[in-house]
Design a protein around this ligand. Structure first.
Ligand code: GSH
Length: 213
């Protein structure tokens, strides 16, 4: 078997998804450090985003496509249920997180803290304050989703949970989102329980260069 390479930065929530998925599946890989829009990334992702993957002659972009490949190429537990209804619910949650939750929580809120683009590097308060009321709604949706079984889909840990965990991890790092998570008890205990899995702890994103914690 050729070496499976994931190309990207370990701070990326989507690189983290790949790493948890591989650990759950029992698939060894090599992390090749690269930032978005670098030549090795641009060669695979049409818009220069990370992660991208290389496995022999196969190159792929987009975390969902990469995880599909891992799930269907290698032995090990299924990352997405093969039952049509539970499989579709897993896709539903991955899509909801990638198209609604990640853009608000990561691209708007977290970026306003981590990469504010302000003259003195202080957090972009208008962007943060604009995000917070919508974030309350998103946290409430997620809290309701996990209240019954402690999972997003059915009664097992699926790619839907793996896809959400790194975002929740980053939410614990900032004051408003950390407090918001603690105010949603089902989501908070869901996060703590799944984040303590070895697959998740081993893939914990390191701090961004130049930042503490
Ligand atoms: N839909 C993509 C999103 C990937 C993505 O947004 N990656 C971020 C890092 S977490 C990135 O490359 N950002 C750079 C940019 O948007 O220019 C996926 O699921 O892989």
């Amino acid at each position: 078997m050729p070496e499976l390479q994931i190309i990207g930065a370990p701070q990326s929530n989507y690189v983290c998804v790949f790493r948890i998925a591989c650990r759950v599946k029992g698939v060894p890989y090599t992390l090749v450090p690269a930032i978005p829009h670098s030549p090795e990334v641009d060669a695979i992702h049409p818009f220069g985003k990370i992660p991208v993957m290389r496995h022999g002659d196969v190159t792929l972009s987009e975390s969902r496509a990469i995880c599909f490949y891992i799930d269907h190429t290698f032995d090990g537990p299924a990352l997405a249920p093969r039952d049509p209804v539970e499989g579709a619910r897993t896709e539903e949650w991955i899509s909801l997180v990638n198209t609604h939750i990640d853009p608000l929580l990561v691209r708007q809120y977290l970026r306003a803290h981590f990469f504010p683009g302000t003259p003195d590097g202080s957090p972009d308060r208008p962007a943060i304050d604009a995000a917070l009321p919508k974030m309350e709604q998103h946290f409430a949706v997620l809290d309701r989703a996990v209240v019954k079984t402690g999972h997003l889909v059915g009664n097992s840990f699926t790619l839907a949970d793996i896809n959400l965990l790194p975002i929740l991890f980053y939410m614990t790092k900032m004051p408003e989102s950390g407090a918001m998570l603690r105010r949603h008890p089902s989501l908070h205990s869901y996060f703590e329980r799944h984040m303590s899995r070895p697959s998740a702890t081993e893939a914990t994103p390191p701090p961004f260069p130049g930042r503490q914690g």
